[in-house]
Ligand binder design. Structure first.
Ligand code: NAP
Length: 328
């Protein structure tokens, strides 16, 4: 009998689903918004050796319902929805989709830098509302991106792609902060390592690209916004949880920082009572980081490949917890 794999939350393109069906019996629950309490899904998960999808809280409770599970393939690079320790304890391999979304996500980050600096959304709305009746006055001017200082917090794959855009496309000085220095990027791009506080004080734009973890939870709060100051623009394309959102709202209301470009929020979709999308100095996007046809396809394709290889006992292209499983 062929192995069962379950698909959750993210529908797969027909060609990719067909590829899975060549190898497995596919139980597709991707049409459900949250399958975690659906009896059919839980029954299929109970039989499944593989699971593929994204944006589902995959913690101990679901892992306990999956006694045969061997590989989980996430269609995302961030793995903060998964209890990685619990998966590793059970010997379950977790795979993800790095690299294929790097450039597209960096484009989103840079779009937010440009839109907030030049007030693109606010002024386009102003024109649409028929308010453009005389020449623009300084009250509506923006700030320059070219030649400014960009601080990247999380100089990994996506951070480096943003740094290249800033350095080579916009002649920016680029500072970065990580837990460890990255001399490869220092040499290749010319980025300068900085302690976090110094980066916040010196940057005109702070762009966040760290993974969400216990260490990065609420990494940006009142103190950090005060260090940035009233000329700084804050851009978050990482995860909403890296920010203390009430502190960000207060900093934007009081002019502690100049503006914010946000692709991610603590609660998504944003609840109606969250004021951020309605603030004049905020550009809010609905988590579009990797959302182009080509990139979403490439992510799903890699995730399917990871699952097929993982369940065949091979090393997938992008295993996340390979070392934790003592595989080599
Ligand atoms: P990556 O290559 O692993 O880069 C992450 C960087 O963050 C690393 O350089 C790491 O360096 C640094 N870092 C980790 N913990 C840190 C901490 N506590 N303090 C300071 N720096 C820290 O990952 P990536 O592929 O660039 O992706 C980054 C994140 O972007 C993902 O985890 C995901 O959450 C987010 N993302 C969002 C979207 C979207 O749609 N908006 C799309 C894709 C990805 P050290 O280990 O040296 O600290």
């Amino acid at each position: 009998m062929s192995k069962t794999v379950v698909v959750f939350n993210r529908p797969l393109e027909e060609t990719l689903k067909a590829k899975l069906e060549q190898h497995f019996e596919v139980a597709d629950y991707s049409h459900l918004k949250d399958p975690s309490e659906d009896p059919g899904f839980l029954e299929a998960l109970g039989r499944a050796e593989g699971a593929i999808g994204s944006s589902l809280k995959f913690g101990q409770a679901l892992i306990d319902r999956a006694p045969n599970l061997k590989v989980v393939s996430s269609i995302s690079v961030g793995v903060d929805n998964f209890d990685v320790e619990a998966l590793s304890r059970r010997g379950i391999l977790l795979c993800h989709t790095p690299d294929v979304l790097t450039e597209t996500t960096a484009d989103t980050g840079f779009a937010l830098i440009m839109a907030t600096a030049r007030r693109v959304v606010e002024l386009a709305d102003w024109v649409r509302d028929g308010q453009w009746k005389e020449s623009l006055t300084p009250a509506r001017f923006g700030v320059d991106v070219q030649g400014a200082t960009l601080g990247v917090v999380g100089m990994g794959r996506i951070g480096a792609a943003i740094a290249r855009r800033g350095k080579f496309g916009f002649n920016m000085r680029v500072l970065y902060h990580n837990r460890s220095r990255n001399q490869e990027y220092e040499g290749e791009i010319g980025v300068e390592y900085c302690e976090l506080d110094a980066l916040l004080e010196q940057s005109d734009f702070v762009c966040v690209t760290v993974p969400f973890s216990k260490q990065t939870e609420k990494m940006f709060g009142k103190r950090e916004f005060e260090l940035m100051g009233p000329k700084t623009i804050f851009v978050n394309i990482a995860r909403g949880g890296v920010v203390d959102e009430p502190a960000l709202i207060e900093a934007l209301e009081q002019g502690t920082i100049r503006a914010a470009g946000l692709d991610v929020f603590v609660k998504e979709p944003i609840p109606a009572d969250n004021p951020l999308p309605r603030m004049r100095n905020v550009v809010a996007l609905p988590h579009i980081g990797s959302a182009t046809d080509a990139t979403r396809y490439a992510m799903a394709e890699l995730a399917v490949d990871n699952l097929v290889r993982g369940l065949a006992g091979e090393r997938p292209k992008a295993p996340y917890n390979w070392k934790d499983l003592d595989r080599d």
